[in-house]
Design a protein around this ligand. Structure first.
Ligand code: PLP
Length: 357
């Protein structure tokens, strides 16, 4: 089966098999990783190796701390303003879709939010032209969502945030291609797409941004505290961290993010190319900003949606229904989706269009 779910998403099969093989007895310790103290030598080695591999894959320098936190990407929507506002009262946000809006709504609890640009009036089908952005002079940071998982719209450039640190929700695009981390103040990503199991959230923060948390910030949300304790202020999500480490090893074996970027580009181009060449299917996104990771599409006739999904399920092409807020279909084709999965989907779409079109 090929699982096109947007998250929790498919994981590499070899990773799942290794996890299964090691589940009851990790390397002769007589324990599952789930049963190990997070302070044990064995787990500390697992955790440190995962961080080292992640840093190597993403190209993260010592100027940045890497934190393995909990509460998913959504918890960062409030953690970020609490930590980064410092003595400032306002923050800049770009509104490109549902995930941007959620981040904005949460930030509004703590900050005066300035929307520097929005693509809402065009139904979030494009990215606002940066030359028209109204960046404010005194913002504590500029937040944007490089890939909108639901809308399927993705930045093909890194915005210029001026002197304010740039903050990015990379939940559904992290490690999918090379990115210049030095352009960012903070990057965060919920794990359940390209990293591992849900609940875990990886935060990459430039070290000079630590130590600015508001006094009322909950300890568990204070980046400085988490960094000082090696992400072990409390009991971390040990098993998720371990699985993330297996995914990082797998990614390195595939050739890292450069090789992955080439594969991902090829997968996306194939699928969009097919959609554009068949009147039966449509994708509404400005071609320049189409997501490599989440490909929403509609059928010529909505009345065929359930037949399409039933037929897909029967072939082992799973979770193709679009997000409940937008309808239609969505194929999420993250790192772990093999090219053969995209080929199988295209084959099915062609046959379905021929039968029903
Ligand atoms: N941001 C983006 C871009 C997402 O795609 C998601 C989840 O799908 C989230 C945030 C929320 O992540 P979580 O469910 O881990 O809180």
């Amino acid at each position: 089966a090929y699982n096109f779910c947007a998250g929790p998403a498919t994981l590499p099969e070899s990773v799942l098999k290794q996890a299964r093989d090691e589940m009851l007895d990790w390397r002769g310790t007589g324990m599952s990783v789930m049963e190990m103290s997070h302070r044990s030598d064995a787990f500390v080695e697992i955790a440190e190796t995962a961080e080292r591999d992640f840093r190597e894959l993403a190209g993260i320098s010592d100027d940045y701390a890497v934190l393995f936190m909990q509460g998913g990407a959504s918890s960062q929507f409030s953690t970020i303003p609490l930590n980064l506002l410092g003595s400032k009262t306002s923050a800049d946000y770009v509104n490109t879709g549902i995930w941007s809006k959620k981040a904005i709504a949460e930030a509004e609890r703590y900050a005066s939010v300035n929307i520097v640009a929005s693509s809402e009036s065009s139904g979030f089908t494009s990215i606002p032209d940066p030359s028209s952005w109204q960046v404010s002079a005194d913002a504590a940071y500029l937040h944007y969502t490089p890939n909108e998982t639901i809308g399927g719209v993705e930045f093909d450039f890194i915005p210029d945030s001026g002197s304010a640190p740039l903050v990015a929700d990379m939940s559904s695009t992290i490690l999918s291609r090379p990115v210049d981390v030095s352009k960012f103040g903070l990057i965060y990503a919920g794990a359940q797409k390209n990293i591992g199991p849900s609940g875990l959230v990886v935060v990459v923060i430039r070290k000079d941004l630590l130590g600015k948390a508001r006094q009322e910030t909950p300890t568990m949300m204070n980046y400085q505290v988490i960094a000082d304790h090696g992400s072990m202020y409390n009991t971390p999500a040990t098993y998720s961290w371990y699985l993330a480490g297996l995914v990082f090893k797998w990614l390195k074996a595939q050739g890292g993010v450069k090789a992955m970027g080439e594969i991902n580009r090829r997968k996306a181009e194939k699928l969009y190319g097919f959609i554009d060449n068949h009147e039966f299917y449509a994708n509404p996104i400005d071609p320049r900003f189409r997501s490599w990771m989440n490909v929403p599409f509609t059928l010529q006739d909505d009345a065929l949606n359930s037949a399409f999904l039933e037929g897909a399920n029967a072939r082992g092409l799973l979770n193709l229904a679009g997000h409940r807020s937008v309808g239609g279909m969505r194929a999420s084709i993250y790192n772990a989706m093999p090219e053969a999965g995209v080929d199988a989907l295209i084959q099915y779409m062609a046959e379905f269009a021929q039968e029903r079109g």
